[in-house]
Design a binder for this molecule. Structure first.
Ligand code: HH2
Length: 294
């Protein structure tokens, strides 16, 4: 089963985000000195806003603004520093663009301040397991919430990732997290699920999750997939991070074909074209199969 995107709507604060029969492109705006692929490039507010506007011009449907790197081994950032980096950027970007803004944070105070500054979605890589105050912020504000699977924490996650059955374990995790969220005042329409490519996973785990992404369609939430420039692609093609665009394109195409609803990418223009062509071929495939069986 592949999710029918048209049937989905994401509730994000006062906004309803629809899926126009294709996945949404989420452009990444990192306001960090140490992100793995673009750390330090958009640290000041003006550079970050210029970058955000450019991503929207390239076709981003959503923007994800993050002020704490989650790359393997990254040091945590304290609350005051994360607020200092993120909030002026969220405020300025919200004034400059009309697309929905997501804040990539696992701190409730940063999420709350970003939601007040114009964000409508919270991308919490801890899936509400990090800051105990986060759940209440999402329930009270009605913000969208990305629940991402991660084994371990960014500091330790790549040390010894281990699964008996990665698909079954991630599916069980999603089911448990949806139950947790919906028994704490969050409604299903606020939830996006993400298998967390690269978060406590070996190459084989990442490949299996992408190959069998449709398994998670039955949970009824949009699936976010973040493959952009990631290390597992470097393992396959032996390229440094800035030269993984072709590898990213292949992974994006497969994720689209297997039902991804939101694609989190750095190179919006190129990956949007990859998405558009993949969607067109997938739709034609479905039509041809229906015609054959008619
Ligand atoms: N990947 C990264 C960061 N946040 N959030 C979700 N939901 N899914 C992902 O796959 C994901 C994410 C890593 O990418 P990037 O933001 O470029 O790097 P860093 O974490 O080093 O800032």
């Amino acid at each position: 089963m592949v999710l029918d995107l048209r049937a989905l709507t994401l509730q994000a604060k006062g906004r309803l985000i629809g899926f126009p029969g294709r996945p949404l492109m989420m452009g990444v705006v990192n306001v960090t000195p140490d992100s793995f692929s673009d750390g330090g490039r958009y640290l000041d507010v003006e550079a970050a806003v210029t970058h955000a506007i450019q991503l929207v011009e390239e076709g981003a449907d959503l923007l994800d603004i993050g002020a704490e790197s989650t790359r393997p081994g990254a040091d945590p950032v304290d609350e005051a520093e994360e607020l200092r980096r993120a909030i002026p950027v969220v405020t300025a970007v919200a004034r400059a663009v009309t697309v929905p803004i997501s804040i990539d944070t696992s701190k409730a105070s940063v999420a709350q301040a970003a939601l007040e500054a114009g964000a409508v979605l919270v991308n919490d890589v801890t899936a509400l397991r990090g800051d105990p105050a986060m759940t209440e912020v999402i329930a009270r504000t009605g913000a969208g919430i990305v629940l991402m699977h991660m084994q371990g924490t960014p500091r330790t996650m790549q040390q010894v990732p281990h699964y008996e059955d990665v698909i079954g374990e991630v599916a069980a995790f999603f089911e448990e997290r949806i139950r947790f969220a919906t028994t704490h005042g969050i409604v299903q329409r606020q939830i996006v699920l993400d298998p967390g490519i690269g978060f406590g996973k070996l190459l084989v785990h990442n490949l299996t999750l992408l190959a069998r992404l449709q398994r998670f369609a039955c949970l009824g939430c949009p699936l976010l997939v973040g493959v952009s420039r990631k290390a597992f692609l470097g393992q396959l093609v032996d390229r440094p991070v800035q030269e993984r665009q072709w590898a990213t394109a292949a992974a994006v195409a497969m994720a689209v074909e297997r039902g991804a609803g939101i694609l989190r990418v750095h190179d919006v223009r190129a990956m949007k074209e990859v998405m558009q062509v993949t969607v067109a071929i997938s739709q034609e495939t479905t039509l041809s199969m229906k015609a054959q069986h008619a």
